[in-house]
Structures are given as structure tokens and as C-alpha cells.
Write a protein that binds this ligand. Structure first.
Ligand code: CA
Length: 254
């Protein structure tokens, strides 16, 4: 079905439709205990540098690889951004090998000229792909979508601790030191949504979707009002950071 005239939009749907639910971290590790770590595999130094800067600005930890060999030798990450045109080995093989090793989320990056022959190969395990040239908004949307799918398969278990604040995702309890903090349901859901991705930016739209199950809460200040209330109750205004124009981030545990 990957013959001539296979339209990009449709193929994207096909790719999305064959996704496996991916886990982020090996079982037993607390989800999102630190900033989301991205392996950026890109042999073009200029493109890689620009991407790294843009992604770091959005709160991701970046591990760089310029070759297939470096990519396969890299430490474990939450997400791989994998350029398929690599100097030493076919990116599809790298994708297949990474997938064989575990359930890491993978977004393939392909050049437009190569797109058609690449689609079939992507079925070996990329969760999604972007076609060069792409903008950060598109990339961020794909990262968010892939990680949302992955997060759904990660049970909301365990604890996230940032300094003296602990979010117990099993018990739905929040403590600062020994003191339990009474939160409203929405305040708790908001904090839990941030805690599950501590260190990474969670966009306002994602918070609206996760916490309010809507894209439009009626009041444009709904998220801000709840964030303000949460900060006041936690007694540490710097814990929930504002990323202007994007969303919020729970200061990462270090
Ligand atoms: Ca390349």
C-alpha cells in the first residue's frame, strides 16, 4: 500500500494507527522523576545545534548523537528524535535496533525526497515522524502526542519528590515535609499532571485536556488561577514555574 502517490497525510495516519503503546521508563522507576531526556540523533551539526537549543529552552535534557554508532551507544532516554539520513548506517536499522531494546518513544526525522520509501520502513517501530523542514510548533505537537500516548500506558504510580514536596500518585496525597497539604481535586490533578513530567514543560492546552478534559475551560484564566492557588498552598512559589507563552513546569528533582 506504499505505492506511488501515497499521500503524506494519509501515511501519517497509517503510522499513527500502527503505534504500539510505549512505556517511558523501565518498570519500577518512578515516572518523570527528572526532566524528560531526549536523544537527538542528527548528523547535520547546524540543524542539530538549532534543535538542541530550541528543545533545551523547552525544558528537555538533550543527549546528542551524530552517527548511528553514537545513537546506539547512548544512555537510556525517554524519547529519541532520529534523523534517518545518517552517515554510517541506515536510520531505519537504528530505529529497529532501538525498538528491539525497549519501549522508548521514537520520532523519526526524514528529508522530503526520501519520504516515500521511508514510510514502510517506519513500521519497524517509530511512533511518528516529521519531514524536514519542520517548525518547532509541529515538532512539539508530535512530541506531546507521542508522550501522551506513552504516558497513558504508564500507570500513574509511585512518588515524585521535588525537594521537600512529595506527590504520592498512589495515595493522591501531597506532602511538604511531614505536613499533608489539602488540595482541591483540580489542584491535585494539576500538580499530578506537572509531577508526572517534572522538569519538562506542560502546555496550557495539555493541562486543560488532562485536568479539565476540555480545550476551552470557559475562563481564559482557569489554569493561571489554579496554579496561583497551588503555589500558595505549597508555600514555594518557585516550584511551579511559568514558561511564558507555553505553559508550566514543575521544577525538576535533582
Ligand atoms: Ca542527516
Amino acid at each position: 500500500m506504499c505505492g506511488d502517490g501515497f499521500p503524506a497525510e494519509r501515511s501519517r495516519g497509517v503510522i499513527a494507527g500502527i503505534l504500539r503503546p510505549g512505556g517511558l521508563l523501565p518498570p519500577g522507576q518512578p515516572p518523570y522523576a527528572a526532566a524528560m531526556r531526549v536523544l537527538l540523533v542528527e548528523d547535520d551539526v547546524r540543524v542539530g545545534g538549532a534543535l538542541e537549543t530550541a528543545l533545551r529552552r523547552r525544558g528537555y535534557d538533550i543527549v546528542r548523537a551524530g552517527t548511528a554508532a553514537e545513537a546506539l551507544a547512548a544512555p537510556p532516554v525517554d524519547l529519541v528524535l532520529l534523523d534517518l539520513g545518517l552517515p554510517d548506517r541506515d536510520g531505519i536499522e537504528v530505529c529497529r535496533e532501538l525498538r528491539r531494546r525497549g519501549d522508548v518513544a521514537i520520532i523519526a526525522v526524514t528529508a522530503r525526497a526520501q519520504e516515500r520509501d521511508r514510510i514502510a520502513g517506519l513500521r519497524t517501530g517509530a511512533d511518528d515522524y516529521v519531514v524536514k523542514p519542520f517548525g518547532m510548533a509541529e515538532l512539539q505537537a508530535r512530541i506531546d502526542a507521542v508522550m501522551r500516548r506513552a504516558a497513558r500506558s504508564v500507570p500513574n504510580r509511585g512518588r515524585v519528590t521535588v525537594e521537600d514536596v512529595t506527590v504520592d500518585l498512589d495515595a493522591h496525597r501531597v506532602t511538604v515535609g511531614d505536613r499533608e497539604i489539602p488540595l482541591t481535586r483540580k489542584e491535585y490533578d494539576l500538580l499530578a499532571a506537572l509531577a508526572r513530567r517534572a522538569g519538562a514543560v506542560v502546555t496550557r492546552d495539555e493541562l486543560l485536556a488532562d485536568v479539565w478534559q476540555t480545550t476551552w475551560a470557559g475562563n481564559p484564566h482557569t489554569v493561571e488561577v489554579h496554579v496561583a492557588a497551588l503555589r500558595a498552598k505549597l508555600g514555594d512559589p518557585g516550584l511551579v514555574q511559568t514558561v511564558r507563552g507555553v505553559g508550566y513546569r514543575l521544577r525538576a528533582a535533582r
